[in-house]
Structure formats: structure tokens, C-alpha cells
Design a protein around this ligand. Structure first.
Ligand SMILES: C[S@@+](CC[C@H](N)C(=O)[O-])C[C@H]1O[C@@H](n2cnc3c(N)ncnc32)[C@H](O)[C@@H]1O
Length: 322
């Protein structure tokens, strides 16, 4: 008997008392339970993908992503985005909650169309207000299910020290009316059709330690400074970078339908993936293109005070990753 065989442990299965660990876990009993009635995935997936013509790849379209007619059905492998929050930031329209949800539904329905079978959609969202608290993340989950997406999981992004300065705690040391201060945001993860993707000849790029870390449901890294990037609400490049490494193969196509300053596109370029962006403000398209060009040249963009960018000859380092 080889040492490897001697130490092989018995596979676990769903049991009434739970299982201490999970080794080649057989969860068929759990998924056959009544809890999953109506939630099981249909068998017989269509893995056909349509190629996007080279002229349309690695581009940011200056238009609304409510209609992405430039892109064929089943052509994109991953969507990573952070929607406008409709909270009177300079790019926000003033929409009612219903109008706002309808806008997101139009964009995510288009996303569903362009994603390949097994394609993933990752949405970074924060909840809003206190009186009452608006649980945007739960509305987004509800709407994504209605569109046909299946949820894979939810990451709590702990913004750590970068989120701490708020003193909006309500009544100080009194039960009269203390209020919670959110130091987290959500990253909601969905699949279209199949949960798995076929690797074929494609290449994974994620390392062992990264995989162990990124498959945990709490991520901790700081938020990005708006002034540094020159956009009112950028997410750090670290956020799309992790999702791209975890959910795509090298050479895959990554879409951000609310592209802003292009952080997802920058992350895609860094990871050797192709990018597509949609953005309605021309100054942000310009900003995103500058940041991407800078990365391609190995020259990070550094912001001066006041949000204006200047080039620095610091080869190999990338703005947003330092
Ligand atoms: C939260 S920001 C995205 C920031 C981006 N993740 C970054 O790191 O820079 C949302 C962006 O969506 C854009 N936007 C709003 N409505 C849009 C629409 N219908 N189509 C495309 N972009 C839109 C806004 O102008 C804004 O730049």
C-alpha cells in the first residue's frame, strides 16, 4: 500500500449531525431535499460561444449599457461592475427606487444575453440610508433571480480602516437611537445557466495562496480614494482583479457595463484578459482610456491633488494596486 493510499480519508456525505470536514463530499441528499424544489439547474447546457470581432474588443463604448447591441449573444465570460448608486453623485440621475431598479434590470437583462453559458456576473453594491435602511443588495438579488441568474454566493468586502472615520453612530452611548455604521459592501456573484465552465485549452492564472484566500466569503482591503483616480466612486483595482483571477481563464472577455474610471478594464489588462466597457460620461471614458494606456505602457497614473493625473515613470507598478 502506498503512503498516499494509506492516508486517504473517507469521503464525507450529508448527515443529520453535520460533517466536521468536507472530503470529496457527496451532497446529493442535500440537493435532493424539498428545500431545493424549483431551484435545481436544468440539465443539457448549450456551451456555444459567439466570438466578438477583434475591432470591438478592448473598447469602451460611450453609450448606455441598457442596450449593448454591439455585442452578440453568448460572447462574454464575466461581468464585474459597481452600478451608479443614485445618491446624487455627480453622475447620478435622480430616480425613484422603482425607476432605479428598472434601470439595473434593463442592464443586467442585456448582461444575461451577452454572457456565455456558465458566464458569471459580479455586482459590487453598498446599502443606503438609515431611516429606513435601503437594502439595495437584497433588491438586486431578487431582480437577478427574476432575470434568470442563479446565485453562487456573496462576498462581504470589509473596507477595514479606510471605512472608519464616520461618526454617524446616532445617540452616543445611549439605547435611545444608536445607528449602525456600515464598514462593508457586498459583492454578489451569479451564474448564467451552468455553474461550471469548460476549460478546454484555456489557462488558469490563479496561484495556490490566492485561491485559498479568494474563495473565502470575507475580503479585506481598503477602498480607493476618489481624488486619486479622478472619479467620484471608483472601486480599487484589487476588487475586479480578484474576481477575474477566480472566475475566468486567460484570454477571456470581461465586461463592465458601468465602467466609470475603468478599474475593471485595468484589472483585465493586468490579468491578460480582454475588456469591454460601457459608460455614458465622456470624461470618464477618457479617464478610463488614459488609465488603460498607462498600464499597457507599464506607466502608472498618479493623481495630483485635485484629481488631475500626471504620468510617472515607475515601470511595472500599477495605480490602484500599490
Ligand atoms: C459607481 S460608478 C463605477 C465606477 C467604476 N467601478 C470605477 O472603478 O471607476 C458607476 C458609473 O456608471 C455610469 N453610468 C450610469 N448610468 C449608466 C448607463 N446607463 N450606462 C453606462 N454607464 C452608466 C456613471 O456615469 C458612473 O461613472
Amino acid at each position: 500500500m502506498t503512503a498516499e493510499r494509506k492516508f486517504r480519508r473517507k469521503a464525507t456525505a450529508t448527515s443529520s449531525f453535520g460533517t466536521a470536514g468536507r472530503i470529496s463530499h457527496d451532497a446529493s441528499k442535500f440537493y435532493a431535499s424539498k428545500l431545493y424544489d424549483g431551484l435545481r439547474t436544468k440539465k443539457g447546457v448549450d456551451r456555444a460561444e459567439n466570438a466578438i470581432s477583434a475591432g470591438l474588443l478592448n473598447r469602451i463604448f460611450l453609450k448606455s449599457s441598457e442596450s449593448m447591441e454591439d455585442l452578440p449573444d453568448c460572447s462574454v465570460h464575466l461581468m464585474v461592475t459597481s452600478p451608479p448608486y443614485n445618491v446624487t453623485k455627480e453622475y447620478d440621475d435622480q430616480l425613484t427606487l422603482d425607476e432605479y431598479r428598472a434601470l439595473l434590470r434593463r442592464v443586467f437583462r442585456e448582461t444575461y444575453r451577452v454572457l456565455v453559458d456558465g458566464g458569471r456576473a459580479c455586482i459590487n453594491v453598498a446599502n443606503l440610508g438609515r431611516k429606513p435602511y435601503i437594502p439595495l443588495h437584497s433588491y438586486v438579488i431578487q431582480d437577478m433571480h427574476e432575470i434568470g441568474f442563479q446565485m453562487r454566493g456573496e462576498i462581504i468586502w470589509d473596507k477595514g480602516a479606510s471605512a472608519s472615520p464616520s461618526t454617524a453612530w446616532g445617540s452616543w452611548r445611549s439605547a435611545s437611537n444608536p445607528t449602525l455604521r456600515d464598514v462593508h459592501e457586498y459583492i454578489l456573484i451569479f451564474s448564467k445557466g451552468s455553474y461550471s465552465r469548460h476549460k478546454g485549452e484555456k489557462e488558469n492564472t490563479i496561484g495556490r495562496d490566492q485561491f485559498l484566500e479568494y474563495t473565502k466569503s470575507v475580503w479585506t482591503f481598503p477602498a480607493e480614494r476618489a481624488k486619486k483616480i479622478g472619479h467620484p466612486a471608483p472601486f480599487p483595482v484589487e476588487l475586479p482583479r480578484r474576481l477575474i483571477e477566480l472566475y475566468t481563464f486567460k484570454g477571456d472577455v470581461v465586461l463592465d457595463p458601468f465602467c466609470g474610471g475603468g478599474s475593471s478594464c485595468v484589472a483585465a489588462v493586468l490579468a491578460g484578459r480582454k475588456y469591454l466597457g460601457y459608460e455614458i460620461k465622456d470624461q470618464y471614458v477618457e479617464l478610463a482610456e488614459k488609465r488603460i494606456a498607462s498600464v499597457l505602457q507599464g506607466e502608472p497614473l498618479k493623481a495630483k491633488k485635485g484629481g488631475k493625473h500626471k504620468r510617472e515613470g515607475n515601470k511595472g507598478k500599477v495605480s490602484g494596486l500599490e
